[in-house]
Design a protein around this ligand. Structure first.
Ligand code: GTR
Length: 369
């Protein structure tokens, strides 16, 4: 498979060189691909669902002029290194006869952009609009899983669960910060499964930029997510890595040495040796719903690389008999192009998550989620 003159690892060719032709063979190939991403990119979590985990409800209130119930929850997890609390805010639409589908935002930005009290409102998390359209709006902040700084993996979930013995070094494939955040998204989904007002089989995980990378990795591993939305996720998110546009692996590993497994640094200026590329991450989401979004002024995230990656990932959707994007040609700005299971748009403007992006995500989800 070629992309801009570079040879990409085949999504549907297994490690022995066999072509994948059935869903059954794909299930096995899927396992291989997850393993490749764990080993070389995002690292391996040291825990799945923790044995000691409680979901505590701290308050329930009518909000949004009677249109929503706000539920504040805390996910409390215990491990060998101590205890950690993850606050989660949920708005459930009142006008909803059956359990509501939900959009779960992984918030990597300022708390004020996802204000549970709704004193400040923003297009980054338009909770009122989500509720109005019948969706539950759910959000958690990444810093409770792991602060976004290179602190030697002392705190957050690494500090609680890694359980390194005196003098023991972290493994080169140990999870980084993005892996910790993705783990958090799955724990929030655990909590939503216990919430009767929400249909946990219809949850879309959404992230912008670094949290867009996280949303993809979360949905790739956790097949309970019915939909993934990657907004401007760029390098090591949706965008193909074998290219010279925008952010490169060396840039991201230098600026954010804590995001990925130590092994990923072997691919600084050495993309050609990667045994994978990001279209394979998107392929892991098949046959579930997948929305990739870019912004016209966000060349750092390489919109063309994001779109091509989605087109290349659709081989996996084809195995399930789903239609695919007709052409590898960039769509016009502001137009959402959808197939049965995938969608893409490039919005006018800069690197951001806006109300317009959300409206397009909801338009797609309305008929499919
Ligand atoms: C940038 C980083 C990107 C993207 C972005 C963000 O500095 O290079 O990969 O994640 O931050 O999260 O806003």
């Amino acid at each position: 498979m070629e992309f801009r003159g570079e040879r990409l690892p085949g999504l549907l060719v297994d490690q022995l060189g066999n072509r994948i032709e059935s869903v059954q063979q794909w299930q096995q190939r899927r396992g291989e691909i997850i393993e490749l991403f764990r080993k070389h990119v995002y690292g391996r979590a040291s825990v799945d669902r923790p044995l000691q985990m409680d979901i505590l409800c701290s308050s329930e209130e009518v909000m949004m002029e009677g249109r929503a119930i706000r539920k504040m929850k805390v996910i409390r997890m215990k491990g060998p290194g101590g205890e950690i609390d993850i606050p989660v805010c949920i708005f459930v639409p009142v006008k909803c006869s059956s359990p509501a589908p939900a959009f779960l935002l992984i918030n990597n930005r300022n708390d004020s952009l996802a204000d549970p009290d709704r004193n400040s409102k923003s297009g980054f998390w338009p909770a009122e609009q989500l509720v109005e359209r019948g969706y539950a709006a759910v959000v958690f902040h990444v810093r409770y899983l792991d602060p976004d700084e290179h602190d030697g993996f002392q705190n957050g979930v690494h500090g609680i669960f890694d359980n390194l013995q005196q003098g023991e070094e972290r493994a080169d494939d140990a999870w980084g910060t993005i892996g910790a955040w993705a783990f958090g998204a799955s724990r929030v989904l655990d909590a939503l499964e216990q919430e009767p007002a929400i249909d946990a089989n219809r949850v879309a995980v959404v992230g912008h930029s670094r949290a867009g990378k996280t949303a993809l990795w979360a949905a790739a591993q956790d097949e309970r997510f019915a939909m993934a939305v990657s907004n401007n996720s760029g390098c090591t998110g949706a965008a193909i890595s074998r290219q010279n546009l925008g952010e490169r692996i060396k840039d991201i590993n230098t600026a954010f040495p804590h995001w990925f497994a130590a092994n990923y640094k072997q691919f600084n200026d050495n993309e050609k040796d990667l045994p994978l590329d990001q279209h394979m991450l998107l392929g892991l989401i098949a046959p579930r719903l997948l929305y990739v979004a870019s912004a016209s002024q966000d060349s750092w995230a390489d919109p063309e690389g994001e779109y091509s990656s989605l087109c290349l990932a659709e081989e996996a959707y084809q195995l399930y008999g789903h239609e695919v994007q007709a052409a590898m040609q960039m769509p016009s700005i502001g137009v959402s192009i959808c197939t049965e299971k995938t969608a893409y748009h490039i919005r006018e403007g800069k690197h951001d998550l806006t109300l317009l992006d959300w409206q397009l995500f909801m338009d797609f989800a309305d008929s499919k989620l």
